[in-house]
Design a protein around this ligand. Structure first.
Ligand SMILES: Nc1ncnc2c1ncn2[C@@H]1O[C@H](COP(=O)(O)OP(=O)(O)OP(=O)(O)O)[C@@H](O)[C@H]1O
Ligand SMILES: [Mg+2]
Length: 262
């Protein structure tokens, strides 16, 4: 009788160390995230959230250790293989990284470039390709009427929705997001994170989202990872991180006079 083997992790770090000059951010950190898991990455400023996401994105090679993304070991990939792998990963940043001179439809379809030939990509600038896909992605994020709007005419919250629609159009297997709602008005933050998590879950994607904002807890994540000084401070379900642990996590930051954003 054969037992089905567990699926390969979507993300895996083994003994990863990373330093900037003499300053060690990580010293032998491990992490396993199975496919389809929705994970929040929490921690005070300087804890290493962005550094961890850069390592997983393949833009910052760690000094030591192995990094596996969607089953591939990053250190063993050629530049071309790394580019191919990155097409399977969707990135979301604090500011939306939309192209300001282009209409919404083109910005959403940028998510398709990795799937298209150069000719088709160029043609799309004149005659948008796969418009229905862009329309469906914008409908999923609640702004279908903005298909032809110039992005300069969108609000901050709408722009971040366009960035999420671009991820949907890209059809990435994995989403890595670094404080994707931090630049938004506090009342929009929770809604934006909830939308991202819900859409990723419906599509069976894996999601790792760094957050600095405690208000974003409870947005539908399966798991919370908390980093402090480059080490795991907490790893468990969101309900397991109680007020006392949260206060401990941010204690030094509060002592320095930095409050977690409300
Ligand atoms: N390019 C760099 N050169 C030198 N030091 C760096 C660099 N990037 C990050 N660091 C240092 O590494 C540590 C972790 O930084 P990182 O940006 O990962 O923190 P973070 O958790 O994302 O913080 P924040 O919540 O402020 O975004 C910090 O001490 C930071 O000063
Ligand atoms: Mg950061």
């Amino acid at each position: 009788m054969t037992t089905p083997s567990a699926p390969a992790p979507a993300l895996e770090l083994r003994g990863v160390s990373c330093a900037f000059g003499a300053h060690a951010v990580f010293d032998g950190i491990d992490l396993t995230i199975p496919p389809g898991q929705m994970v929040a990455l929490l921690g005070p400023s300087g804890a290493g959230k962005t550094t961890l996401l850069r390592i997983l994105a393949g833009t910052l090679p760690p000094g030591r250790g192995t990094v596996r993304v969607l089953g591939a070991e990053l250190g063993r990939l050629s530049a071309r293989q790394l580019r191919r792998l990155r097409q399977r990963v969707g990135f979301l940043y604090q500011t939306d990284a939309l192209v300001p001179g282009l209409r919404t439809v083109h910005n959403v379809l940028i998510g398709r470039l990795g799937h298209w030939s150069l000719l088709r990509s160029l043609l799309s600038l004149v005659w948008p390709q796969e418009v229905e896909r862009a329309r469906a992605a914008l409908a999923a994020v609640g702004i279908p009427e903005k298909l032809h709007a110039p992005v300069a005419a969108l609000s901050g919250g709408q722009r971040q929705r366009v960035a999420i629609a671009r991820l949907l159009a890209q059809d990435s297997e994995l989403i890595l997001a670094d404080e994707p709602a931090a630049a938004l008005d506090p009342r929009l933050r929770r809604a934006t994170i909830e939308l991202l998590v819900r859409l990723a879950r419906e599509r069976g994607r894996t999601c790792l989202v760094s957050l600095h904002d405690l208000e974003l807890m409870g947005a539908g994540f399966d798991r919370v990872l908390a980093l402090r000084h480059g080490r795991w401070f907490f790893d468990g379900p969101p309900g397991g991180l109680d007020a006392a642990r949260i206060a401990e996590l941010f204690a030094e930051e509060r002592a320095r006079g930095v409050e977690p954003d409300a």
